[in-house]
Each structure stands twice: as structure tokens, then as C-alpha cells.
Design a protein around this ligand. Structure first.
Ligand code: G3H
Length: 250
């Protein structure tokens, strides 16, 4: 049985006081009886503070990225072991900003996913097409390729640690949301793609989140779709009231 999940990706926003106060504001909105897991992804620098601020609440603090290397001469990188040592159990991998701006490729993402799974981390794996890929009718192929290249080395049992986030790049931070029908169509396509490789049990137990300009006004309609199991939210996650409104939209 798969879970509903709402994850807030804070990207490169919020300093230390801002991180602590945003967590306190989310808690103050009243989040004890939500019908979803609730996660926030602050900057690496403030993960430990965020982890401490979230203790005794349903909020899980997760990381925005991780190195595929375990230790050594990788200036500026953060390892799985470092994340785990400050209480982090889940990491976002393959966000389109990591792919497009920082040129992370399928091989690196596959390495990151494999390393995380081996070390017991949960992974929120992002995939999504650019506008030209959708306009040329290649969006299904683009997205299934991303999933195949980074995830299809995994064994059946590993999928308990995988969450997928479908984020059409043209809908990220643009105010332009995929319609609920477009989201459902891609999520169903992905689930069938996973089923063809791993079988119905793995496919039906994998949470698939939608990301791209999710806000309180559109969340309920998107989350109502049968193959949409929640959201990965950027901009609207930086406002506690909006974020919790979205969390109440399941
Ligand atoms: O990780 C989150 C996505 O990039 C969506 O961002 P957004 O909600 O600001 O469009």
C-alpha cells in the first residue's frame, strides 16, 4: 500500500533563523492529523538544526541532494554518511535543477540512487520533460528513459525505498501547472512502465508525486487523481500556511 506524501523543497532559500522559524510556523498550523507524510528539504547547511527543530512532530527533514561517493577528495560535496549522522533518512535525487544547472547525468544519478539504497536511505527520484519534449510528443519516452536509466538496476525489494516525483520542467516555478489530467496520464504511464519491469505489487506500492506550481488552489484536484500520491512543492512550501493547506488537500 503506498503512502500519500507532501514534500517541500526549499531549494536555496532560508537562512538559519528562517529555517527554524518556518518549521515552527508549519508546526503551529496544526499538522498532527494529516492524511499524508510531511517532509521538508532545507539547505544542507541547516539540516541538523532543522532535524532538531522538527523532533516530536510529524515533519521529516530530508536532503535536497547527496554525493554518490562515500568519502574523500570531493570538495563541496556531502556524503550519505554525513546526512545520516545528522538524522537524515531521505534524499531528493535528480531534480531538474541538478540536471540542468549542475549537469548531473543519468550515470551519476544511477550511482547516487544505488549508493543511497545500499545504505538504507529513502530516495525521492525526480523526473520530467522540458517543454520542447512535450511539444514534440516525446514526453513519455523522456520520462521513462530517466526512470529506466537511474532506477532499473534496482532489485524488487529496493523499491520500498523509492518515491518518484514527476515534475514537468515547464511547470516548475512558472505558475503554469500540468493539468490534473496531464499529471494523471504521466503517472499512470510511469506506473505501467514500472509494472512491466517489476510487476504489479512493486508498481502499485510506489508513491508517485507531482511537482510544478502546486498551490492551495490546485492541490486538491491534482491529488484526487488515482495515480497521484502527493506533491513535491517548491515556492508554495516557503509559506507555512500555504504548505499546510496543500497538506490538507488529500
Ligand atoms: O521541487 C519542487 C519543484 O521544483 C516545484 O517547484 P514549484 O512548486 O516552485 O513550481
Amino acid at each position: 500500500m503506498r503512502n500519500n506524501i507532501l514534500a517541500g523543497n526549499w531549494k536555496m532559500n532560508c537562512d538559519l533563523p528562517g529555517t527554524q522559524s518556518l518549521i515552527a510556523e508549519i508546526q503551529a498550523e496544526g499538522i498532527d492529523n494529516l492524511d499524508c507524510e510531511i517532509m521538508v528539504a532545507p539547505s544542507h547547511l541547516f539540516l541538523y538544526a532543522a532535524f532538531n527543530a522538527s523532533l516530536n512532530s510529524p515533519i521529516e527533514v530530508v536532503a535536497q541532494n547527496v554525493s554518490q561517493h562515500h568519502k574523500g577528495a570531493y570538495t563541496g560535496e556531502v556524503s550519505i554518511d554525513m546526512l545520516q549522522s545528522v538524522g537524515i533518512k531521505t534524499v531528493i535525487i535528480g531534480h531538474s535543477e541538478r540536471r540542468d544547472i549542475f549537469k548531473e547525468n543519468d550515470d551519476q544519478l544511477r550511482g547516487k540512487v544505488s549508493a543511497c539504497i545500499k545504505e538504507g536511505m529513502r530516495v525521492i527520484f525526480c523526473c520530467g520533460e522540458h517543454l520542447d519534449e512535450r511539444n514534440s510528443g516525446n514526453h513519455f519516452k523522456t520520462v521513462t528513459n530517466q526512470v529506466e536509466k537511474a532506477l532499473f538496476q534496482l532489485e524488487d525489494k529496493d523499491w520500498k525505498q523509492i518515491v518518484i516525483a514527476y515534475e514537468p520542467v515547464w511547470a516548475i516555478g512558472t505558475g503554469e501547472t500540468a493539468s490534473p489530467e496531464q499529471a494523471q496520464e504521466m503517472h499512470a504511464h510511469l506506473r505501467t512502465f514500472i509494472e512491466n519491469k517489476y510487476g504489479g505489487k512493486v508498481a502499485s506500492n510506489t508513491s508517485i508525486l507531482y511537482g510544478g506550481s502546486v498551490k492551495p488552489a490546485n492541490a486538491r484536484e491534482i491529488f484526487a487523481k488515482p495515480d497521484v500520491d502527493g506533491g513535491l512543492v517548491g515556492g508554495a512550501s516557503l509559506d507555512a500556511n500555504s504548505f499546510v493547506q496543500i497538506a490538507r488537500s488529500f
